[in-house]
Design a binder for this molecule. Structure first.
Ligand code: UD1
Length: 340
């Protein structure tokens, strides 16, 4: 029988793309989302792509009783926990909001997974847990520095909750996935990043500027010690990232994982600077972008990219898409979205 997987944050950006990959690999995803930064109508596009109508609970994961009743009703083989607030700058301004939301939701998802004997718990973490690293690429054993923001701290604390609760003899095994910079959209152009709040991440800011939703955009600093002075990140296509979740689930459900908790970095293993990303967009789309160089953004890390050898060896995961694919799919989605 098809294995049932709870996807928290199922109507969000990475959650919705992962639901597609799960369906394509024979799983039955069930979505849960409070809709504070996404719209459940995205599941109609998911149905158009996959032919499958996904069951959805419009529930806040921080609501323990409401979440518990879902665990009572359904019998989950796995939980993929995406639901979280993720704006670095906002977390500096409103730290309590971030602690309350990201920690309570993780606590509920984790505690209920353990109580109901869910076999696999996959946690959406971030390269932000490494803090301002001295050199890249970073491996999973690179020591974690102080978090650069309350958002980053909630991801570190989420990881610690898992470390403290998933023990050697636990029925539940866990995988922590540390994403670098997810970007791009599904190749169909039917779904992509569609935050209901204002987009702040680089790639949607670029596409929104190019389509005219913003008059221009800022490059936050070109005085960093990097090859062109702008910050370096590891941009990973959202469908590559989505597939890593399916492989992570399988490794636990198929009893491939011997130890209670594994951690994997997910990036493409190469850095691109902000200016290089902009130039990739311009060359792929033929659109000139209106940008200005401004001050550094507080809380930004200078340069970080991944070593993903562990995911390659243990999960047989390898990224298929590059920065040009990211820009092409993100642009297709922006054009489509502007006509909706
Ligand atoms: C950060 C976290 C990442 C987290 C993500 C969630 C780090 C290293 N990374 O990503 O783990 O998942 O937030 O949102 O902490 N930029 C511009 N102009 C813009 C927007 C961005 O120049 O309008 C630049 C930024 O300064 C940065 C790069 O583009 O150098 C990427 O920024 P962004 O897309 O916001 O992601 P991160 O801050 O790297």
């Amino acid at each position: 029988m098809s294995k049932k997987i709870l996807v928290t944050g199922g109507t969000g950006y990475i959650g919705s793309h992962t639901i597609i990959d799960l369906i394509e690999n024979g799983f039955t995803p069930v979505s849960l989302d409070n809709g504070i930064n996404s719209d459940a109508s995205i599941l109609e596009q998911v149905e158009q792509i996959t032919g499958v109508k996904v069951k959805h609970y419009a529930v806040d994961l921080c609501d323990y009783d409401a979440t518990r009743s879902i665990f009572e009703k359904e019998s989950f083989d796995g939980v993929i926990h995406f639901a979280a607030l993720k704006a670095v700058g906002e977390s500096v301004a409103y730290p309590f909001k971030y602690f309350r939301n990201n920690l309570n939701s993780t606590l509920n998802a984790l505690e209920l997974s353990k109580e109901f004997g869910v076999k696999a718990f996959i946690f959406s973490s971030s390269c932000t847990v490494y803090g301002n690293v001295e050199s890249s690429p970073v491996t999973e054993s690179t020591p974690l520095m102080d978090a650069a923001s309350p958002y980053g701290r909630t991801k570190q604390m989420g990881e610690q909750m898992i470390q403290d609760t998933i023990a050697e003899n636990s029925l539940t095994k866990a995988i922590i996935l540390r994403y670098f910079n997810p970007a791009g959209a599904h190749i169909s152009g039917l779904i992509g990043e569609a935050p209901t709040n204002q987009a702040l991440n680089l790639v949607p800011v670029i596409t929104e500027t190019a389509i005219g939703k913003r008059p221009s955009m800022s490059v936050f600093g070109t005085d960093y010690p990097t090859r062109d002075g702008s910050c370096i990140r590891d941009y990973i296509h959202v469908m590559d990232l989505a597939h890593a979740h399916t492989l992570a689930l399988k490794s636990i459900l198929d009893d491939q994982q011997q130890i209670p908790i594994e951690i994997y970095n997910l990036g493409i293993g190469a850095g691109a600077s902000v200016l290089e990303v902009i130039h990739a967009f311009e060359s792929v789309t033929g659109q000139a972008l209106n940008y200005v160089i401004t001050e550094r953004r507080p809380g930004d890390v200078v340069a970080i990219y991944a070593n993903y050898e562990k995911a390659k060896t243990q999960l047989s995961w390898e990224p298929k898409y590059n920065i040009e694919d990211i820009m092409r799919t993100a642009w297709d989605w922006e054009i489509k979205r502007s006509k909706l």
